[in-house]
Design a protein around this ligand. Structure first.
Ligand code: ADP
Ligand code: ADP
Length: 227
């Protein structure tokens, strides 16, 4: 089943002499439950693409459908709801809120939705992510690997349809990196969740079932990895 469809996506920043074309007429389809790695040189448009897939950054032109919904056909309010409920975003530097503790960071998207925190889900995630005993720690009291596990918890809290990760292991040593990838893969398998990871790490990209290469705003390679 098709979960994501991108059609003629173009994104430019600035104008006149300062105009940068970050994405240039990109089209592709991603199947539900796939694990896709996105690779390519720095500045090639990878983060821009991920942000547009996640409803964070509007395309200049072109369309994104997620689960049959025209994402940028939504008004701002519905787009914000879409971001909180359908998508989980994970960043290289975690983007945790420094004054909130582990549980508060993880449950923020739920609370922003005016919903009650599902305690069972929270307990489950704290266990899966090996964060028990850390519930009331602030981000600066945690190691890098732990902070990234909290950010995964936040991303998974709402059981998103698509999990998007921008260099999630870029700031971690190889042991912590593989731990993080295993957690993402487990969620991908358990919930038939679609996983899209930007990575420079060939060993991580090879664990995906598809590798998209972006160069200069265009998809230049689309490789299926046999399992
Ligand atoms: P990558 O993730 O592959 O490193 P990005 O998507 O971050 O690439 O950037 C693609 C291009 O768009 C780069 O030339 C970058 O400088 C430019 N760019 C990204 N974000 C902005 C922005 N907010 N304003 C202006 N230019 C930007
Ligand atoms: P990792 O192997 O995950 O990178 P570290 O070697 O950075 O872990 O940290 C080892 C332990 O010390 C971890 O359990 C972590 O929670 C704890 N720790 C790291 N930084 C701090 C800090 N600033 N305050 C309190 N505890 C910390």
């Amino acid at each position: 089943m098709e979960i994501l469809k991108v059609e003629n996506l173009t994104k430019t920043y600035g104008d006149g002499d300062n105009m940068v074309k970050a994405l240039d007429d990109v089209s592709f389809v991603i199947e539900k439950g796939d694990f896709v790695a996105i690779t390519g040189p720095s500045g090639s448009g990878k983060s821009t693409l991920l942000h547009i897939l996640g409803g964070v950054d509007r395309p200049t032109s072109g369309k994104v459908w997620m689960d049959g919904r025209d994402v940028y056909g939504l008004d701002e309010e519905m787009l914000a709801v879409f971001r909180r409920r359908q998508v989980g975003l994970i960043y290289q530097f975690y983007n945790l809120i420094p004054v909130l503790d582990v549980v508060e960071n993880m449950t923020l998207p739920v609370l922003m939705d005016g919903k009650e925190v599902a305690q069972e889900r929270l307990t489950d995630l704290l266990g899966t992510l090996n964060l028990h005993g850390r519930e009331n720690h602030l981000p600066n009291q945690l190691s890098g690997g732990q902070q990234q596990r909290v950010s995964i918890g936040r991303a998974l809290m709402n059981e998103p349809v698509v999990l998007l990760a921008d260099e999630p292991t870029g700031n971690l040593d190889s042991k912590n990196s593989q731990d993080i990838i295993e957690l993402l893969k487990a969620s991908n398998r358990k919930y038939d969740q679609t996983l899209i990871i930007i990575t420079h790490d060939e060993a991580i990209a090879r664990q995906a079932n598809r590798i998209l290469t972006i160069e200069d705003g265009k998809i230049t390679r689309d490789e299926v990895i046999p399992s």
